[in-house]
Design a protein around this ligand. Structure first.
Ligand SMILES: Nc1ncnc2c1ncn2[C@@H]1O[C@H](COP(=O)(O)OP(=O)(O)OP(=O)(O)O)[C@@H](O)[C@H]1O
Length: 292
């Protein structure tokens, strides 16, 4: 696909996004639009109104309980922020959801039918859970376009990858994602020449190419400039509704911009949950942040 075509695609996508935004501003908000629908095979069943469900999950490392009877659930399309002091268990929780760490006990479901504890890490990514680690891991020698294209080739065999060509749906999708991640003007730039924030957006774009239902994002604005942080907030607000997001962050002003419900983890379980104002006024939360 040529840059001209991409620009044309990007323009169409901008018009489409404006339309979707207008539709989402209706009384129902469109946020839980998938709730109540019957899932078809291959789709995540969210008819019970939950895309992620953890109950009484525990894991110990050498006798130390990093996660302790953790129960938490997330609605489809929700943007959930997770905060907590160092060592609270935030990364370990994400490791459990993505199959990197197996809990000693508890239940972890994706939708109401997929038992994540029965799946391997690679299968879980295929099922539609994308994870972004703190450090950007883009291919610096490739262009923005090539990085996004490559995201579609992953898990294809060598021969299939060599002959891989984007079809028109995938091209439209790539153009749409370029606009979403604020990189429509940088299609042909080498990823290595992007700023730190742009690399983070590109990596999020690579995850989006696989159309994940749930995105887990670990400290996405660490090291970003204020402007990049503000644009990342915009990006997450755009993704909310179309995807479910779990964002672990220490930057409270960023959390204030994007959050609805905030979950506070401490000592491997949920200490408090509510709006940012509610949890910040909670004595137990003040104690774990200031009292240590
Ligand atoms: N593989 C492991 N072996 C031993 N201990 C571990 C292991 N992984 C995590 N821990 C311990 O479990 C606890 C929770 O760690 P975790 O990294 O999940 O916390 P966190 O909330 O992500 O912290 P931070 O905000 O600093 O990233 C910590 O005390 C950590 O040292």
């Amino acid at each position: 696909m040529t840059p001209d075509l991409l620009e044309e695609g990007a323009r169409r996508v901008q018009e489409h996004q404006a339309l979707v935004e207008r539709q989402n501003n209706t009384a129902s908000g469109g946020r839980n639009a998938s709730t109540g629908r019957i899932a078809t095979p291959g789709e995540v069943d969210v008819t019970h109104g939950r895309i992620l469900y953890l109950q009484d999950v525990s894991v110990s490392f050498d006798g130390f309980k990093a996660i302790n009877k953790l129960s938490l659930d997330i609605a489809p399309g929700e943007l959930r922020c997770i905060i907590g002091p160092n060592g609270a268990g935030k990364t370990t929780m994400m490791d459990i959801i993505t199959g990197k760490t197996r809990p000693d006990e508890g239940t972890v479901f994706f939708g109401s039918t997929i038992d994540l504890l029965r799946h391997k890490e690679a299968d879980i990514a295929q099922l539609g859970i994308g994870r972004k680690f703190q450090k950007p891991t883009v291919f610096e020698q490739l262009t923005v376009f090539e990085n996004l294209e490559l995201a579609l080739k992953t898990n294809k065999g060598v021969k299939a990858s060599m002959f891989f060509r984007l079809d028109s749906l995938q091209s439209d999708r790539l153009a749409e994602i370029l606009v979403t991640i604020h990189l429509a003007d940088s299609v042909n730039r080498l990823a290595g020449n992007l700023s730190h924030g742009q690399k983070q957006w590109l990596e999020i774009g690579m995850l989006l190419m696989q159309d994940p239902k749930l995105l887990l994002l670990d400290e996405p604005v660490a090291g970003m400039t204020d402007e990049e942080t503000a644009r990342t907030a915009e990006l997450f607000l755009t993704l909310k509704g179309k995807h479910s997001l779990m964002v672990v962050e220490h930057d409270m002003s960023f959390i204030r911009t994007i959050s609805e419900i905030v979950t506070v983890l401490c000592d491997g379980s949920v200490l408090a949950q509510g709006t940012l104002d509610q949890v910040q006024a909670d004595e137990r939360v003040i104690e774990v942040y200031l009292g240590r």
